[in-house]
Design a protein around this ligand. Structure first.
Ligand code: NAD
Ligand code: ZN
Ligand code: ZN
Length: 344
């Protein structure tokens, strides 16, 4: 079968590989759609040894059950499914509570991360990773599994601060951010302020229901403060889907006293934490900073419910498998709007 693999650190190419078989407890899925996540670029850029090579990338997957392995119940050939990408140890304190995204044994384990992913005609996944999607289009279901699940989880964590009438600044309106705007609109009564360097991304945010948009530039902080209020007032929650020094600097300057900064983006920036004694303090009093990771299976089921109700719709740009490397190049250059979805 055809697969797009990281064959060495930084090298992404289409190759022919044998089609895999489903082992006990596993399912062979015919891949219908795979979202191209910015994290795949971080994986490609990571130093040698961080991720196994060769590996088929792609951790945002939807498809159709082809064959089932021994002992699998509840799934039949032809069933359509979304894939929960995390594979925790299943036995630690966190996994037992359903928080596989906090597994104490496997740090970052999953499909397309520590074993072959979905950028291929077929992928093998543990049956426990599959969720039913009804008659949803596979191109819409795939982005739900990460581009929507990750912001949904961040919003769940921040929900105590997202009370009616509060404000949420969303930085980075790409794959995750454009789903975050919709999640906020669908599940809260907060004012949503979208921030991006790209005008096209901000236009998308407006179409999806953002109440204000701010183009990132030298006066980002002043312009956000003009809508959320100056310190000690500010944004009740900041969702940073970039995580670079400039966005983290913005986040800490616009977050309200008692607010929450949710650092989701992995661009490698630093957020200094120094309470009031020094001048100026790096964070307002009572502010919390969290580093959410992906989400839980239970949350994915809720995200799929939102998708099936058409309350969440990814803005997708479709690419065939052979153009996957090009899709990632466009993503790197900031030229994808919404989510690039690869259809093998
Ligand atoms: P993306 O490339 O689709 O979107 C990024 C957006 O940020 C783009 O619209 C871009 O224009 C904007 N942007 C870039 N620099 C900016 C700046 N300085 N100011 C304002 N906007 C800026 O990426 P994505 O797939 O949505 O992923 C976003 C980040 O989240 C990546 O770092 C990814 O690795 C990370 N991620 C984290 C998790 C997690 O669990 N923590 C899960 C998935 C993705
Ligand atoms: Zn991802
Ligand atoms: Zn575990």
């Amino acid at each position: 079968m055809r697969a797009v693999r990281m064959t060495a650190p930084g090298v992404l190419e289409q190759v022919e590989v044998p089609a895999p078989d489903a082992g006990p407890g596993e399912v062979l899925l015919r891949v219908g759609a795979v979202g191209a996540c910015h994290s795949d670029l971080h994986i490609l850029d990571a130093r040698a040894g961080m991720f196994p090579t060769p590996i088929t990338l792609g951790h945002e997957i939807a498809g159709t059950v082809d064959t089932i392995g021994a002992g699998v119940t509840g799934w039949s050939p032809g069933d359509r499914a979304a894939v929960y990408g995390i594979i925790g140890c299943g036995r630690c304190r966190a996994c037992l509570r359903g928080l596989e995204n906090q597994c104490r044994v496997v740090a970052v384990g999953g499909i397309g991360l520590s074993r072959d992913g979905g950028l291929a005609e077929y992928v093998v996944v543990p049956a426990s990773r599959l969720l039913h999607i009804g008659d949803m289009e596979l191109e819409q279901a795939a982005p739900l599994t990460d581009a929507a699940l990750t912001p949904y989880h961040a919003v769940e964590l921040a929900r105590p601060n997202l009370r009616p009438g509060t404000s949420c600044v969303v930085i980075g309106i790409g794959g995750l951010g454009h789903m975050a705007v919709q999640i906020l609109v669908a599940t809260t009564a907060v004012r949503v302020i979208a921030v991006d360097t790209s005008v096209a991304a901000l236009d998308l945010a407006t179409r999806l229901g953002a109440h204000e948009v701010v183009q990132a530039g030298p006066d980002t902080v002043e312009r956000i403060r003009a809508t959320v209020g100056p310190p000690p007032d500010g944004a009740d929650v900041v969702l940073d889907f970039v995580g670079a020094d400039p966005t983290l600097s913005t986040a800490r300057q616009v977050v309200a006293t008692g607010g929450r900064v949710m650092l989701v983006g992995l661009a490698g920036g630093t957020l200094p934490v120094r309470p009031v004694a020094d001048e100026p303090p790096t964070l307002p009093l009572e502010t919390s900073v969290e580093v959410p990771f992906w989400g839980t299976r239970a949350e994915l089921q809720e995200v799929i419910a939102l998708g099936r109700a058409r309350l969440l719709q990814a803005d997708v740009q479709i690419f065939p498998l052979e153009r996957a490397p090009e899709a990632y190049e466009l993503l790197r250059r900031g030229e994808i709007h919404g989510r690039a979805v690869i259809v093998p």
